[in-house]
Design a protein around this ligand. Structure first.
Ligand code: SAM
Length: 290
């Protein structure tokens, strides 16, 4: 299999009447060191099941299949299925499921395909849906051992930014509530066919056994996270007041009560600050969807 040779991959695609589709985020890895590193860094090993999102021509799938008990790869592009039949033909433990990762019932799929096996996610994600895919995986209730994915380099920095910090955003906080996040290694654009306009990085998320902060209502916690970062130039006082439709005097009193400055910005808060604000709003009977 010459899946790390750009000309061979182009020839293989054209044999099946295909070419990389930008709209589906199809940038295929053609560097021989990247996929083995994702698989190893992602905990692929005997006895473990691997869930892959977007196998493309199957380069990472093959590396996972060599190391894991079983691999299930979800691919949206129906045209790639016969090609994957060829590139994965030698691996009885690799299965491709046709579908949209954002629409499939992942808890049922993981239960049916992997049973009691520990399951890791390993993927070179389609970048246009990075955040919904990651949040969907973290919110799915599935006890993934870890989630190791390639994303845009800037996205990786934002996701793994310390709290509080200037690079942190709502998604940083939402991820930090669910998992520990770190950058494993960076990948230059030249490692892909076709090369994207951005560099990439592989990140590893290890879900928490228990959230780092306790809250009365998780929906309220996420509503406060969204509100705190809704208007980056505005103070927390203004953001909370407009998101929850509360008078400024009331919000000011609330913030003083939880030892958070009214002039603070979302990027100056940590999860404990957000949790205290959320619990106070819950106790006041405020609706989280405000
Ligand atoms: N894993 C391959 C590699 O590393 O070379 C391909 C990665 S490519 C960046 C992303 C893959 O995700 C493509 O194969 C694309 O067709 C697939 N894809 C795009 N949107 C998807 C979705 N909503 N659900 C499942 N797969 C999707």
């Amino acid at each position: 299999m010459e899946l790390y040779n750009p000309s061979a991959v182009r020839a293989l695609l054209s044999q099946y009447g295909l070419r990389p589709q930008k709209a589906l985020g199809q940038n295929f890895i053609v560097n021989p060191t990247v996929c083995p590193r994702i698989a190893e860094g992602g905990g692929a090993r005997p006895g473990v099941g691997a869930l892959e999102i977007g196998p493309g021509v199957g380069v990472l799938t093959r590396e996972l299949a060599k190391r894991c008990e079983k691999v299930v790869a979800i691919e949206l592009d129906r045209g790639l299925l016969p090609l994957l039949g060829e590139t994965l033909g030698e691996f009885a433990n690799a299965e491709v499921v046709h579908g949209d990762v954002l629409k499939l019932d992942l808890p049922s799929l993981v239960r049916e395909r992997f049973g009691d096996m520990p399951v890791v996610v390993c993927a070179n994600l389609p970048y246009y849906i990075t955040t919904p895919v990651l949040m969907g995986l973290l919110e799915s209730g599935i006890a993934f051992e870890s989630i190791t994915v390639m994303v845009q380099k800037e996205t990786a920095r934002r996701f793994c930014a310390p709290l509080p910090s200037r690079e942190a955003g709502a998604v940083t906080m939402a991820i930090a509530y669910r998992a520990a996040c770190r950058i494993l290694f960076e990948v230059s654009r030249g490692c892909f066919l076709p090369p994207p306009n951005v560099d990439s990085a592989v990140i590893k998320l290890t879900p928490h056994q228990k959230p780092p902060v306790d809250v009365i209502d998780q929906a309220m916690l996420f509503a406060v996270i969204r509100a705190a970062f809704s208007q980056r130039r505005k103070t927390l006082l203004n953001c909370i007041s407009s998101a929850f439709n509360l008078p400024k005097a009331e919000v000011s009193e609330l913030l003083t009560g939880v030892q958070v400055a009214s002039t603070a910005r979302g990027e100056q808060l940590d999860l404990a600050d957000i949790a205290r604000i959320a619990d106070t709003l819950t106790q006041k009977g405020t609706a989280p969807e405000a």
